[in-house]
Design a protein around this ligand. Structure first.
Ligand code: SAM
Ligand code: FES
Length: 347
């Protein structure tokens, strides 16, 4: 395993078979994490970037089998944040040192292009020194372009799984891997900094599928990659499937760091949900981003995409300082910075 890890660090890629065997093994973990941290430090030092996550709506027209806020879940109490709610989250976030706001939500048809571009341009006007990241699912090229022209810089859209058959096992027929991947290429063409990713341990996933995910990511060359363990939600068709593994998630974070040395890699809330030290362990496996919640406390419990999600009762300021302590406890520091990817030039 050690020689495969060295090869990955040198060549930044492996064959599908090599990736599958690296993923399936848990040998040489210490060596893998040590190399990943060395590469992170070479490019970013001990800096950890924070992104303020604003969960703007839990309405969604889709029915992904894994997701707690899927349209078919009639038990969810639905909410959406309006422009003024979102602007006050940004105001609070700015004071707490956030210089990136991430607007994430279900595919909520309330937000027409006019409504969404009005929100984006208001944030852009009031916070010219901040990055605006969107994570609003699949849209047309023209909609993505309108968001970009209004001032959005980055877009997160996990590809979920690169294998078309596996994609069809996780989603209803109305959704396709082809369209998801086309969206990612559209976003890149428009000029966004793009983030993609997948769940670790999603139902029916195999080491070969994970190898395909890694090769897809290598080809896409995104600036950000978000991965986190699958966690079942009790009101979804996947309620009875087992949760993903923390160890495998950490291994994949390290592999991604060696594959794309300057990538922005979050230690996700899902990782922190399955292990109280999960986010710290993520940073110690090569991650360099955390995304604390800036959503109003009144709506947090309603954005329950999986069971037992952490930090749903805390004020934004509590999360911010809790995370600062956690990050400092492992010898890193949170920086007040947009935190663009290294090779990226601002527009
Ligand atoms: N609607 C947008 C989209 O489709 O990209 C953004 C919101 S969606 C809830 C964000 C991500 O949450 C998905 O890309 C998926 O990978 C992750 N997710 C959904 N359900 C999950 C679960 N049960 N466990 C872990 N992650 C989950
Ligand atoms: Fe939210 Fe620790 S990050 S309470």
């Amino acid at each position: 395993m050690k020689s495969l890890i060295e090869k990955l660090e040198k060549q930044h890629t492996l064959s599908k078979e090599e990736f599958a065997s690296l993923v399936a093994s848990n040998e040489a973990n210490d060596f893998l994490f040590q190399r990943a941290v060395a590469v992170r430090q070479e490019h970013y030092g001990n800096n950890v970037y924070i992104r303020g996550l604003i969960e703007l709506s839990n309405y969604c027209k889709n029915n992904c089998y894994y997701c707690g806020i899927r349209a078919g879940n009639t038990e969810v109490s639905r909410y959406r944040l309006l422009k003024d709610d979102i602007l006050s989250c940004c105001e609070q976030g700015y004071q707490l040192g956030f210089r990136t706001f991430v607007l994430q939500g279900g595919e909520d048809i309330y937000y027409t292009d006019d409504i969404m571009t009005d929100i984006i341009s208001a944030i852009r006007r009031q916070y010219p020194d901040c990055a605006i990241t969107l994570s609003l699912g699949e849209h047309s090229y023209d909609t993505y372009k309108a968001y970009f022209d209004a001032g959005a810089d980055r877009y997160l859209l996990r590809h979920e799984t690169a294998n078309f058959h596996h994609y069809s096992q996780l989603h209803p027929q109305s959704l396709s891997a082809e369209n998801r991947q086309q969206c990612l290429y559209d976003l890149k063409r428009i000029g966004y900094q793009v983030g993609t990713g997948f769940m670790v341990g999603s139902p029916y996933q195999t080491p070969e599928y994970l190898a395909e995910d890694l090769l897809f990511i290598k080809q896409l060359q995104p600036q950000m990659v978000g991965i986190g363990p699958f966690i079942p939600h009790h009101q979804t068709p996947f309620a009875a499937f087992p949760q993903g593994s923390v160890d495998l998630t950490l291994r994949l974070l390290a592999i991604l760091r060696l594959m794309l040395p300057t990538v922005l890699l979050p230690a996700t809330t899902a990782l922190g949900t399955l292990d109280p030290q999960g986010r710290e362990k993520g940073i110690l496996a090569g991650a360099n981003v955390i995304m604390p919640n800036l959503s109003p406390v009144a709506v947090r419990k309603k954005y329950q995409i999986y069971d037992h999600k952490i930090c749903t009762g805390d004020e934004a300021a509590e999360c911010r300082f809790c995370l600062q302590k956690r990050i400092e406890s492992i010898g890193c520091r949170i920086v007040v910075d947009r935190g663009d990817a290294k090779q990226y030039k601002e527009k």
